[in-house]
Design a protein around this ligand. Structure first.
Ligand code: PFF
Length: 443
């Protein structure tokens, strides 16, 4: 159950929508190299720490942190870590739902045959028509939020397991088929080179920050989602091997998505660094020209909606659980309340693709030229999640007593335990701090 729930949370728009455009923006190989390094050296130790705290605390992240801090005789201010995570969850869900809305809109486009024989210009127009129309975006954003809330108010466990069990293999098969199509019809070699031959001159502090942010975002780390699901893990299950399983699956799906997309991008002379629209421009072009593309495209966008759905649920579960615990809200009331807040913030993202392409109030600051969506994405992925991740590691590897963490992790192999402890104590926190300082120009 834990692996399914965690994989359902981890695999989502982050892998298929965000990873390719971030890699395209960040110069390809340079970004991918940093991203994989961050997954291994920061993501894995943070994930193990987060699961460890979640299994021990077995409640919402805020109360888990407070209870564990009390148990160790420390300040309950550690609960603030859960508060920051909850806030990050609202902010991420607010824009996640808008993008998932694009996916819903594309299900309808695929079903109505819009992709058949479409031209490079046609895909651009299709996408711009959608994002240029705030009312259409609002409609799909609202629909996706209703879907999310309707699952969360019934309690997440039911349905999630079955959805993920069907969804993951389905999505995997479809992406592999897309990669095969990219080999046949795309510039596969160029795509491969773009993703895996790093141009070291492209490694800048900014690319490092984005790769780190993407590693946290894609694995759902640093905000309590995985902590929440940690409570599903039975006492005798191994935290290390389940975490490795989830991280590997997630990374594999992202890389395959990249391999499916870039060969098409290059074969059609599209721009790799064009930003969030990348897959919505590239994939319809592929579906429009492959045999059986209409059905295939339809299936693909439906599965992507499901993948986004299982991730979205995990984004508000910590907040809903906390409201039920803290205010004795019914689950239904807490879910509606949380969904409404995230929906309202999402209106800003809807408008950032048409009426508010950038926030003028920020002119003259480092954020000049950023839209509301850019800002939320930057703030959550690049700052809040890594910050939450460091605090989680510091708590698990320093604050918690040696015997508590040893019993909880149950790693039988002493070398594996020592490796986790070293990564969680030093490498992950210092790595994040170093990247932060590097961006600020301080090192
Ligand atoms: N990991 C999800 C994705 O890759 O789409 C997004 C996400 C879900 C981020 C849950 C954070 C989170 F807590």
């Amino acid at each position: 159950m834990f692996v399914l729930a965690a994989a359902g949370s981890a695999v989502g728009l982050g892998n298929i929508w965000k990873f390719p455009y971030m890699a395209g923006d960040g110069g390809g190989g340079a970004f991918v190299l940093l991203y994989i390094t961050c997954i291994a050296l920061l993501g894995l130790p943070v994930m193990m720490s987060e699961v460890l705290l979640g299994r021990r605390g077995r409640s919402s992240p805020i109360n888990t942190m407070r209870a564990l801090a009390r148990e160790e005789g420390r300040s309950t201010l550690w609960g603030l870590l859960g508060v920051m995570g909850m806030l990050a969850g609202f902010l991420i869900l607010s824009f996640y739902s808008v993008i998932a809305g694009w996916t819903l809109a594309y299900v309808v486009e695929a079903a109505s045959g819009s992709f058949a024989g479409i031209s490079t210009q046609g895909v651009g127009e299709l996408f711009n028509r959608l994002v240029g129309d705030p009312w259409r975006l609002m409609f799909w954003h609202t629909l996706f939020m209703v879907l999310t809330v309707s699952v969360i108010l019934r309690g997440v466990r039911r349905g999630l397991e079955a959805a993920v069990r069907l969804l993951m293999p389905g999505l995997f098969v479809l992406i592999v088929a897309m990669v095969v199509y990219a080999v046949i019809a795309g510039d596969f070699l160029d795509g491969l080179k773009f993703l895996f031959a790093p141009d070291f001159s492209k490694i800048t502090p900014d690319v490092a920050l984005k790769a780190m942010g993407q590693a946290f975002f894609t694995l759902s780390l640093g905000m309590g989602a995985i902590m929440m699901y940690g409570s599903y893990l039975p006492e005798d299950a191994s935290i290390a091997s389940t975490s490795v399983q989830v991280a590997l699956t997630d990374t594999l799906i992202a890389i395959l998505a990249g391999l499916a997309i870039f060969p098409i991008v290059f074969a059609n002379g599209l721009e790799a660094g064009q930003g969030p629209g990348l897959i919505f421009i590239t994939l319809p072009l592929a579906f429009g020209h492959m045999p059986g593309g209409t059905l295939f495209g339809l299936l693909f966008f439906i599965l992507l909606v499901f993948a986004a759905w299982t991730s979205a649920i995990s984004l508000i579960e910590p907040a809903v659980a906390w409201m039920v615990e803290r205010f004795s809200f019914t689950r239904i009331r807490a879910s509606l309340f949380c969904g409404l807040i995230a929906w309202a913030i999402g209106v800003g993202t809807v408008l950032s693709f048409n009426h508010w392409p950038r926030i003028r109030l920020l002119d003259g600051t480092a954020f000049e030229g950023k839209s509301f969506f850019d800002l939320l994405d930057y703030l959550t992925s690049n700052i809040m999640l890594p910050l939450g991740g460091i605090l989680i590691c510091l708590f698990a590897a320093w604050v918690m007593g040696e015997s508590s963490r040893r019993t909880e992790l149950r790693i039988t192999h002493p070398a594996v335990y020592a490796l986790w402890r070293f990564l969680a104590r030093y490498v992950a926190p210092l790595g994040v701090v170093l990247i932060f300082l590097h961006v600020l120009g301080m090192v």
